[in-house]
Structure formats: C-alpha cells, structure tokens
Ligand binder design. Structure first.
Ligand SMILES: [Zn+2]
Length: 394
C-alpha cells in the first residue's frame, strides 16, 4: 500500500486496536445491533511525510449520509467558531466545507460576511438551510464545485475545520481546492494533531470516521505537491489539541517563524520509536480503567457515563466495557438519545429523569465539557472520573 498523502511506499504499522465498530453509528434496536459490522483498526505511519492513516477506509457514504454529530450542541465548539469568525472579516466570500449545522456560517452571517457551506449529511444540511444558512448538500468534489461556481464567484477563503482527517482521498481534496480557490486565496484547515494524540496517549482519538492523522509536515507536503504553500500555523485547543494551518494558493509563499518551528519540532520528535512507548502505555491504561470499574462495581457503586462522543466506542471496545460495568450513558444530543453505544451497546439516555440519587460515579467521556457537565449534578457524593488515563476530575 502507498501513502495516501504523499504516495511514498514508506508505510509502517504502528498501532493496532483490534476489531472496532463504526464509532458514530449508534444502533437504535436489536435489528441494528445484530447487523452491526466490525473491522480491524490499524494505524500506519508514513516515514516520508509523517502522516498517520488507518489501513482500511470505510465507504464515506456509509459513514456520513446520516450523521449524529450536531456541532452546535457543543458550547465550546460554538465559542471556537465565533472567535474564528472575527478573524475573517477581511475576506470577501467564504466557503465552509463540512459546515455541519452552520456553526461557522451563523457567526459569519452576523458579521455580514458573505458565506455558504457544503455538507454531505442530508439531515444536518437541512437543519442549516432551515436556519437560513445556505448549505449545499454533498461531498466536496468537482461536481459540487461546478454547481457552486455557476451561481457564485470563486471564494477568497475556504475553511475546512476537522474535515480533512475524515476524507478518503486527501490528494483529490488538494487538487479540488486548487481548482476552487481564487488565485492567492487562503485555505484554513484545522486538524486534530497526531503528535498531541501520541504525546497524551489518546488512543481513543483513532476511529474509522477519521482515516487520517496529520502532522504539519504532511500538510506541508500535500499542498506543496499541488502548487500551494502552508505558511502559518496556530496551535489551538479543540479536539485534544489541534493545528490551524493557513495555506496560500500560490507557490513558495514565505513561511512564518512559528510555522517553521512546528515543522522542526516534528522532525525531531515524531519518529517511529515514539509509538513503542505509546503502545505499552495504552495497554496499561486500558487495563487499569477496566479493573477500576470492576472494583467499583464490586463495592456496589452505581456508575454511569456522561457524553457519548465517538471515543466512547474506541474506549469501551478496546477495554471491553459493557453495561455490566456502566449502567448507561447520558448524552445531550437528541440524535444519540435512546440508542446504544457502538459495539458494547450501553444505553444512551437524555439527562431528564436520568440524573438521580443512586448515582455514585460518573465516567466523563466528554471530559472537555466537564465544567458544564458537573453543573447537572447537585448531589455532593457523586465523584467524576476521566476514563483514559483514569483520573479523578474536580
Ligand atoms: Zn506519506
């Protein structure tokens, strides 16, 4: 197999998480539970461009046609995009790829910045359009570009936050951006950052929705190969530490100092041997979580989970945790409620009527939002834990 980012054949398997279901497919009944499929989850690392990638790519239609992730349910993400929108006032026409329910389009509209979105999910794109946030429903490809350019001029800014990690073919994406973007226009992409995942032992960030785990070096190479230049990088704190990369639609555009520094840091630190340590540690951390839950159950503690993001699937399937160990999981998104977690089938319920005096322990899967989650629990005996690494949250 060749690297899907730089085409080299310098790939090496670095992580194997065993058989995993699709992390964003929440079965709603027995029929869906029985027809659930699992696939081997292996991550390969490219020694040439320093990108991580899952060996098996699942059909994108299967994953994204009906999707359960509503960005605007997530307060911190809403703030993130409000802040980003304020940096974009100098642009004349903005296209947001993977615009979801309009989480960036909404603040752009408020600032009177001309903008439209593209999103493949029919149910979510419809929500955005109903809110008056113009969204083209479909994948970002030549067909949709042609459709848009019939009605609109070329954008001088394209934003793709947390998108290119989810694509099947990053090279096609780069070529399409080249086609779509105005000469000297800017592409802003936000990527979940491979080096952070590895440094923080966050194996739960790997799942089939995201076949790619980029480094700055892999982004640099990808866009350079198609006549564009990565020129600036900001470190941002969403999705476990991400990079915001600025790419200019022109060749050899001068790089900022901070951009050069990130590229250099990776050259020194993101090497094959970093994964040895990672693999040892994640085995130990997974075992520890399961043991802790077994012991707490023996002490008759009533344990629930809070938040059912995709990582619930990776964690519960790697650690083999089911509803014998966690009674149910509360999630605030109506699209996930009254369904089951992928693979281990723990019930997902709304908070209404499900926060009660029996609860002793809450495993906070959506730990980024702990402050908000904690407010739902008035009872002072309740203890909160982050799952990986298993740690008390205060
Ligand atoms: Zn590569």
């Amino acid at each position: 197999m060749r690297c899907r980012v730089c085409k080299s054949n310098n790939l090496k398997e670095v992580i194997n998480l065993g058989k995993q279901p699709l992390a964003n497919k929440y079965p709603k009944n027995n029929y869906e539970i029985l027809s659930e499929k699992k696939y081997e989850l292996k991550v390969l690392f490219c020694k040439t461009c320093k990108a991580g990638q899952i060996s098996k790519i699942i059909d994108r239609n299967l994953l994204f046609k009906d999707y359960y992730y509503l960005s605007s349910v997530n307060k911190k993400l809403v703030e993130h995009f409000v802040t980003l929108s304020k940096k974009l006032t100098k642009y004349d026409f903005v296209v947001d790829i993977g615009s979801n329910d309009g989480i960036l389009l909404q603040p752009l509209k408020k600032l009177k910045i001309n903008s439209i979105g593209i999103d493949p999910s029919i149910n979510i794109g419809k929500i955005a359009n109903e809110r008056g946030l113009k969204t083209f429903i479909g994948f970002f490809n030549k067909k949709i570009i042609e459709k848009i350019l019939k009605k609109y001029k070329k954008p001088d800014l394209v934003v793709a936050s947390s998108i290119i990690t989810h694509l099947k073919d990053p090279i096609e994406f780069a070529k399409n951006i080249k086609l779509f973007l105005r000469e000297n226009g800017t592409l802003i992409i936000e990527i979940e950052y491979l080096l952070n995942f590895i440094k923080n032992f966050e194996y739960e960030r790997f799942y089939f929705d995201r076949p790619f785990y980029y480094s700055a070096n892999s982004i640099d190479r990808l866009f350079k190969n198609y006549g564009m230049s990565l020129y600036d990088i900001e470190k941002i704190d969403i999705h476990g530490g991400s990079l915001r990369c600025y790419i200019k639609n022109s060749k050899n555009f001068t790089k900022t100092k901070r951009c050069i520094n990130v590229l250099l840091e990776e050259k020194n630190n993101l090497k094959l041997k970093i994964f040895d340590d990672f693999n040892k540690k994640i085995k130990a951390l997974s075992k520890n979580l399961k043991n802790k839950l077994i012991n707490l159950n023996k002490k008759n503690k009533y344990i629930i989970g809070y938040g059912a993001p995709a990582r619930v699937s990776t964690i519960t399937n790697v650690c083999d945790i089911n509803s014998n160990l966690i009674q149910y999981i509360i999630d605030d998104s109506p699209l996930k409620q009254n369904r089951f977690s992928p693979g281990k089938h723990i019930s997902i319920l709304p908070k209404k009527n499900n926060i009660n005096k029996r609860i002793d322990i809450v495993i906070v899967f959506a730990f980024e939002y702990f402050k908000d989650i904690k407010k739902n629990f008035k009872d002072s005996k309740v203890k909160f834990y982050k799952p990986i690494p298993f740690k008390k949250l205060l």
